[in-house]
Each structure stands twice: as structure tokens, then as C-alpha cells.
Ligand binder design. Structure first.
Ligand code: MG
Ligand code: ZN
Length: 213
């Protein structure tokens, strides 16, 4: 019985996600659903990405958090359109939450919309929101066991951004294990090694992202 209910919720979500996708396509905006654990560096990666690409393209952002508007304020300071969604307890964004804020963004004036999901390695991967691609950030401080413990997110993502590479000398994280386990789950996965604090690797990531449109 429980399985049936969950299936229906996901089916309803997928219908709304299709509607969102149609609106994004009509507006000509490419949409990325960015996922990762709390503290992985999603917002900092967004700031770096916006700085790298802003001269070339028009970017908008939807920020998903349980409470608060800190991240939207950080993004808004870069002078790009941003909307904050507070889920009020829900640990992921769903298609309906995105649908409800679409009118608040100038979609037709955007080339790229990045949706920062709620910090969580589990259910954000289960919900489509109408994105073209899902991508994830994993900081190397989270350890090398994450691909095998949270396989769905690695399977669903087109790109894995390995952040905080500058901390590698201080960590016992086996980067080769992260790479190998991730690629075993998802051979198509594109992996970028970056440091959002030093800026290393950001250009390669940002140019690849821009090339997808
Ligand atoms: Mg954030
Ligand atoms: Zn959730």
C-alpha cells in the first residue's frame, strides 16, 4: 500500500515537472538542478560559476532552503535574478514548488537557470523539477564512501563537482575511490575537481556547463 502512495506522488510530480519543462523550453532557458549535502559548497560554486559566466550569458537562480534567505542574498549581491523558496521543513524541492515561483523570474531573458536544491544527498535525486540536467557537488571533506552509500544521486547526475580539493593534503579521502565508485554507478558522469575557495578548476567546469546549452 505504501509503495502505491509513493508512486502516485512521484507520478503527480512528474506531470508538473513536464509542465515546468515546457515553460522552460518556450522561454529558451537551460535548467540545471544542483544537488549536494549541506556544506558541500553549492552556493559558493554558484557564486564562482556566475562570476565566470556572467560576462557571456544571462543567469538566474532559484534557491531552495528549509528556512532563511541567506543564500538568495549572496546570489542577489552578484546582480542576477534570484528567488528563494523556503520548503518549511521539506528536505527537497519538488516540481510544484518550482512551478509556483516561475512567474517571479524573467525566464525569457535568461539563458541558464540554476536551481540550488535543499542540502541533502537523498531525496532531491528522486524528484524531477523540469530540469534539463541534474548535477551534484561533493566536497572531499565528506569522505570517499558517499557514492556507494547514496548511489541514486550519483546515477541521476550528469556532472559531479568534487569541491574543496585544496583540503586534500589534510584529508584521508581516497579521491581515486570516489572517482572509480562514481563511474561504476554512472559511466557517463563528468567529474570536475575544483576548489571554490582558491578558484582552481572553476573555468573548466563553467565552460563545460555553458557548452551544454
Ligand atoms: Mg546553499
Ligand atoms: Zn526530501
Amino acid at each position: 500500500m505504501k509503495v502505491k502512495v509513493v508512486t502516485r506522488i512521484l507520478e503527480a510530480n512528474d506531470r508538473i515537472a513536464e509542465d515546468n519543462r515546457r515553460k522552460f523550453r518556450e522561454a529558451g532557458v537551460y535548467v540545471v538542478n544542483l544537488m549536494g549535502a549541506p556544506g558541500a559548497g553549492k552556493t559558493t560554486l554558484l557564486e564562482r560559476t556566475i562570476r565566470a559566466l556572467k560576462p557571456q550569458i544571462r543567469i538566474g537562480v532559484i534557491e531552495g532552503d528549509i528556512v532563511g534567505s541567506d543564500d538568495a542574498e549572496r546570489i542577489g549581491a552578484l546582480d542576477v535574478p534570484v528567488v528563494q523558496i523556503n520548503t518549511g521543513g521539506a528536505c527537497h524541492l519538488d516540481a510544484n514548488m518550482i512551478n509556483e515561483v516561475l512567474d517571479e523570474l524573467p525566464l525569457k531573458e535568461l539563458d541558464l537557470l540554476i536551481i540550488e536544491n535543499v542540502g541533502n544527498l537523498v531525496c532531491p535525486a528522486e524528484f524531477k523539477v523540469g530540469e534539463d540536467r541534474k548535477m551534484m557537488v561533493l566536497s572531499i571533506a565528506e569522505g570517499h564512501d558517499k557514492p556507494l552509500k547514496y548511489p541514486l544521486m550519483f546515477r541521476e547526475s550528469s556532472a559531479l563537482v568534487l569541491n574543496k580539493m585544496d583540503l586534500l593534503p589534510y584529508m584521508n579521502t581516497d579521491i581515486n575511490k570516489v572517482r572509480n565508485d562514481s563511474l561504476a554507478l554512472n559511466p557517463q558522469l563528468k567529474i570536475f575537481e575544483v576548489s571554490c575557495s582558491t578558484g582552481t578548476g572553476i573555468d573548466a567546469w563553467a565552460q563545460w556547463l555553458n557548452g551544454l546549452r
